[in-house]
Design a binder for this molecule. Structure first.
Ligand code: GTP
Ligand code: MG
Length: 444
């Protein structure tokens, strides 16, 4: 299978289905009213990182991806079917860029990660949706929302823990084939390796992925040879093994050439810790070895390992040094456990409309930590005086017979009478009128 690490893909989400205009026509049902259903929503275009892919070669043959549109609404208030989402499966480590190739949209760095690239259009409302007391027969419906379309650039940056870099013929593929089960092509001509090769290395208790990258030559950053196209695969490595062919003439110059290419490439590659190894020690005459090693140590300014991919000399020492750096980085990453994870995709219409579902969600267990460590909220004094609510009025006493002994009963009755007379006194005008009327009658 061919390796492809850059692909250009045109993607289109599904359009929403149109709302339907229909009226209920049925025997014995007068004024059936509006009966048109809503359109279904269009499918999204979603990128998903899967583990069993190592190349973007699928997108060489499928450069257009389209999600299906939603169905239109139908009579009898039937909602159209939603268009299914289109899932773009990409290898873990794929970065998705805008069409300019520089604006990063998302880095699909974790297996199973999902990201919605394009949103499907919502379906339009049918005329049944618009019926109201003031418009009982709406004869209009909404069209579905249009689809989104965009061109994306996918760039695969392999997730390797360590990378092998060096001039062509430095013996990179020989080392990979010796320490892992990978079987890259090995030959004594430059640029035998044309695309990155991966192998899994096991040393002591550590497993790691080692990438053999095509050789670099002077001017690679300007496109000479295979250029620095594959250096992106070393960007994520914890450790870089820089191999120098010990049988070559200008060892220090070779080292400096590769360093200059790394610096010209940028992306933090030159700042990474590198392990420098003088390779093919089995073919170096003993009297020259110390001189060559010293020259290389002077050029790089730190320790140089002496190894041989053919005889296996010094290989385990170098692998242990790489494993140490890789373990350190793994521990550091575990400590800095990422807070965010991709939010679950909302399924229902209301969820889709309200949620910002590309925002990271704090995992439950982390959230509990956050809550525990959060400072207790300080009590805030109310700005205004709190006014006590008015006391509820006493419930009126029941007019039933009062319970208790006879004395109390009479007292209560008297009190009632008093109140009544008091009330009567409170209305002197009415009383005087009646009295006056009574006096008049007496006089007659
Ligand atoms: N004597 C000796 N020869 C070696 C050693 N390692 C590699 N070679 C030879 O060097 C030549 C190139 O080896 P490769 O492993 O293909 O080198 P490479 O760095 O992968 O080369 P490119 O893929 O072209 O970049 C082959 O003929 C190997 O047999 C070694 O440790 N000792
Ligand atoms: Mg090779």
């Amino acid at each position: 299978m061919r390796f492809l690490d850059v692909a250009k893909v045109y993607a289109q989400s599904g359009a929403g289905g149109n709302g339907c205009i229909a009226f209920r026509r049925e025997k014995f049902i007068e004024y059936g009213g509006p009966y048109g259903g809503d359109g279904g929503r269009g499918g999204d275009v979603i990128a998903e990182a899967v583990e069993n892919l190592n190349t973007l070669i699928d997108y060489r043959f499928q450069q257009h991806v389209k999600a299906r549109s939603g169905e239109g609404g139908k009579g009898k208030v039937m909602t159209g079917a939603n268009g299914p989402d289109h899932i773009m499966k990409v290898p873990v480590g794929t970065q998705i860029y805008e069409e300019d190739g520089e604006t990063l949209i998302v880095d699909m760095a974790t297996p199973g990660m999902r990201y919605r690239l394009l949103k499907g259009g919502n379906g339009g409302f049918g005329n049944h949706h618009f019926k109201s007391a003031t418009n009982q027969a709406p004869d209009f419906a909404l069209p579905g929302q249009p689809a989104e379309e965009k061109t994306f650039i996918l760039k695969l940056k392999l997730i390797a823990d360590a990378g092998l870099i060096g001039m062509p013929n430095a013996g990179k593929s020989t080392i990979l084939s010796r320490v892992s089960a990978a079987r890259p092509k090995i030959a004594d001509y430059p640029f035998t390796t044309l695309e990155p090769q991966l192998g899994v290395v096991k040393i002591d208790e550590t497993d790691f992925v080692l990438a053999d990258l095509p050789g670099l030559i002077e001017g690679a950053h300007e496109g000479v040879g295979l250029g620095d196209r594959f250096l992106g695969h070393a960007e994520r490595c914890a450790s870089i093994l820089h191999l120098i062919d010990g049988t070559g003439d200008a060892i220090a110059k070779t080292y400096k050439t590769i360093r200059a290419e790394l610096e010209a490439y940028g992306h933090g590659l030159a700042e990474k810790n590198e392990i420098v190894a003088l390779n093919k020690v089995d073919a170096i005459p003993e009297k020259d070895l110390a001189k060559r090693r010293a020259a290389l140590e002077k050029a790089c300014g730190h320790k140089v390992y002496v190894i041989s991919g053919v005889s296996g000399e010094g290989i385990n020492t170098v692998l242990r040094a790489m494993a140490k750096e890789i373990t350190q980085r793994r521990l550091y990453r575990a400590e800095r456990a990422e807070l965010g994870r991709a939010a679950p995709l909302p399924r229902t219409r209301s969820e889709r409309q309200s949620a910002n579902f590309n925002a990271p969600v704090v995992p439950k267990e982390r959230l509990q930590d956050v809550i525990k460590n959060a400072r207790p909220a300080t009590a805030v004094k109310p700005a205004t005086k709190v006014i006590a609510p008015p006391k509820p009025k006493a419930a009126p006493k029941s007019k039933g017979r009062p319970k208790g002994n006879a004395k109390v009963k009479t007292k209560l009755v008297k009190a009632k009478v008093k109140v009544r007379t008091g009330k009567a006194k409170a209305k002197p005008r009415t009383l005087s009128k009646t009295r006056a009327r009574a006096q008049k009658q007496k006089r007659r």
